[in-house]
Design a binder for this molecule. Structure first.
Ligand code: TRP
Length: 362
């Protein structure tokens, strides 16, 4: 059987560079590798509602933002199905049946759920919908029989939970579901890109993001204001590379050809780092370099976005078609699931005969 990709994002805001290096850029590479039989990219609006149920307008507005971000990065609707989670009721139905296979204590031990509960101060009043979203995510993944889930490492507990559900389902009922593997970014800087302020994570609420849709000016402003090394005061001072946001971003984005184009005096990133650590290399110079690198990466994305922005109805049409196709795939899995669970009464012709037999001599 061919390899199948499913992954997605919650539509709670525009996508930023953290999303890009954590998963988006990889998705486009995988899409263009031709190695995957099917690719499903999900806008997880139902999941977004599990902690934004009081704010449906936010979710609604961000559907098209995320779709534009996807398309502008190079996801191609001819090769990748873009879909909206809530429009596939089969996913909800699967979730309900998977709930039987998961204990409350197992959900409580899920590290992602645990940290999100803390982050949102839910503690004693956790909405049931939020608490069970890992089960819904397992439905997202298994409905499409995904073999491969490209995600950041914060999603690993979700994949593990999915694998457990698959194993349990297959051992109780029948070998219907496929155990997926996570596909993580191949470089540590991409795994968790810090915010421009040096804080651990890019997050809209912290205001430390560079968005894919930011203008060239906005990107430059954010780069020039980036957190570096607070101990590196004079250019001549020796500087620290570790924990220095500009260098972390260069780890994630710079390639040898960038040095040839913008900093030909340096053979590569290691040499630049060594100079910074020795002293004599100013922050402005490394920031200008990072700005060049980022602009080069973001320019084609911005251009493609501008094209798609001119025809918003076409973007919705892409989503509608992608969702329709995805729904067919999910419906097929659901019908296998129901047959395995013996709840396919009206499709099971042997059932009536069996009952006739049972009542024959009574
Ligand atoms: N939980 C993911 C996030 O917060 C979004 C998501 C929903 C997802 N369903 C998924 C990711 C299925 C991978 C597979 O970003």
């Amino acid at each position: 059987m061919g390899k199948i990709i499913l992954t997605g994002d919650r539509p709670t805001g525009r996508l930023h560079l953290g999303h890009y290096v954590g998963s988006l850029r990889r998705r486009v590479e995988l899409q263009n590798s031709g190695e995957y039989e099917k690719i499903f990219i999900m806008i997880a609006d139902a999941q977004a509602l599990t902690d934004n149920f009081e704010n449906p307008e936010k979710v609604r507005q961000n559907i098209v933002e995320v779709a534009l971000d996807y398309l502008s990065c190079g996801l191609d609707p001819a090769k990748s199905n873009l879909l909206i989670q809530s429009q596939i009721p089969e996913l909800t139905e699967l979730t309900f049946y998977y709930m039987n296979l998961v204990t409350v204590s197992r959900l409580q031990r899920n590290p992602t759920v645990k940290s999100e509960i803390q982050l949102r101060n839910f503690e004693t009043s956790i909405p049931v919908g939020f608490f069970t979203y890992p089960i819904s995510q397992a439905s997202d993944i298994t409905a499409f029989k995904a073999t491969t889930v490209p995600v950041g490492d914060d999603q690993l507990p979700m994949i593990e939970q999915t694998r457990e559900i698959v194993r349990k389902f297959n051992s109780i009922y029948a070998e219907v579901l496929v155990e997926p593997d996570a596909l993580l970014p191949d470089n540590a800087a991409c795994m968790r890109l810090p915010g421009t302020d040096g804080k651990q994570k890019m997050s809209k609420s912290l205001g430390n993001c560079i968005y894919l849709a930011d203008s060239a000016d906005e990107v430059k402003k954010k780069v020039m204001a980036m957190y570096t090394d607070p101990l590196h005061i004079q250019v001549s001072d020796p500087g620290h590379v570790e924990g220095n946001t500009v260098f972390t971003y260069l780890d994630a984005f710079s390639r040898p050809e960038h040095f040839e184009r913008y900093l030909p005096d340096y053979a590569g990133l290691d040499e630049l780092k060594a100079h910074y650590e020795r002293g004599g290399l100013g922050d402005v110079k490394i920031k200008k370099f990072l700005n060049n690198v980022l602009q080069e990466e973001l320019e084609p994305i911005r251009k493609r976005r501008a094209e798609y922005e001119k025809d918003i109805p076409a973007v919705y049409e892409i989503l509608r078609k992608g969702t329709e196709k995805a729904r067919e795939a999910a419906a097929e899995t659901l019908s296998e699931v129901k047959a395995a669970m013996k709840i396919d009464y009206f499709k099971d012709s042997a059932l009536i005969a069996e009952q006739v037999e049972k009542y024959k001599n009574s």
